[in-house]
Design a protein around this ligand. Structure first.
Ligand SMILES: [Zn+2]
Ligand SMILES: [Zn+2]
Length: 217
């Protein structure tokens, strides 16, 4: 699997193009403000996009869905619990003062806990990881020893929990059960900032250290 990172917009959101090396089938994860750039590449290189996969429905992770859908009919995958956020993308934009004109195309497929998401010869394990957003999921590739973790955990930080549907205790449980349960060498491809690893965050993330706020992890 080849993974390309795309970053852009006022929140410097990271999204990903993941391509199955054996078959050329691709998925787009969390298309943000940068999506028109990737759409151009998809059109020019005739990339075979099998799915648009959303870790959660905050505006910065979904605002590029229309641009990708202009160049592919690939179905949109979202956890149903984040559907209200997704349908309220206009309200999210207004709250942040960001110009955005909805509505977004409705998701055709849902993501759920313990589901195996397949594209080409690749498999991603879907795990629910609520707390930053109520329907947040992470996607794990055991074969490539990496996880797309959206806004659950970042290098040296964790997702904010002050937005509607956020819950700090729930986020810490998600990090403990779904992220820190992975082996230390697993790469974490995050929704903002540089990539990191499970081991680096286990050892050095101040929110996950004992005796601090995140002592439960
Ligand atoms: Zn978010
Ligand atoms: Zn984000």
């Amino acid at each position: 699997m080849e993974v390309e990172t795309y970053t852009g917009g006022p929140f410097q959101e990271n999204g990903y193009l993941a391509v199955c090396s054996a078959t050329g089938k691709a998925i787009v994860i969390d298309p943000g403000a940068w999506a028109p750039r990737l759409a151009g590449k998809i059109r020019e290189e005739e990339i075979d996009v099998a799915a648009i996969v959303l870790t959660h429905a905050h505006l910065d992770h979904v605002e590029g869905v229309p641009a990708i859908r202009e160049v592919t009919d690939a179905p949109i995958h979202l956890h149903p619990t984040d559907r209200p956020l997704y349908d309220g993308a206009d309200r999210q934009a207004a709250a942040f003062g960001i110009p955005f004109k909805g509505p977004l195309p409705p998701p055709e497929k849902s993501l759920g806990h313990a589901q195996i998401f397949r594209f080409g010869q690749e498999e991603l394990r879907v795990r629910e990881a609520p707390g930053h957003a109520p329907g947040h999921v992470i996607l794990i590739s055991d074969a490539h020893r990496l996880a797309f973790v959206g806004d659950v955990v970042f290098m040296g930080s964790i997702g904010r929990t002050d937005l509607p549907g956020g819950d700090f205790q729930q986020l810490m449980a998600s990090i403990r059960e779904e992220v820190l349960s992975l082996p230390d060498d697993f790469r974490l491809l995050t929704g903002h900032g540089p990539e990191t690893t499970v081991g680096q965050e286990r050892a050095g993330n101040p929110f996950l250290r004992p005796n601090l706020r995140g002592g439960f992890a």
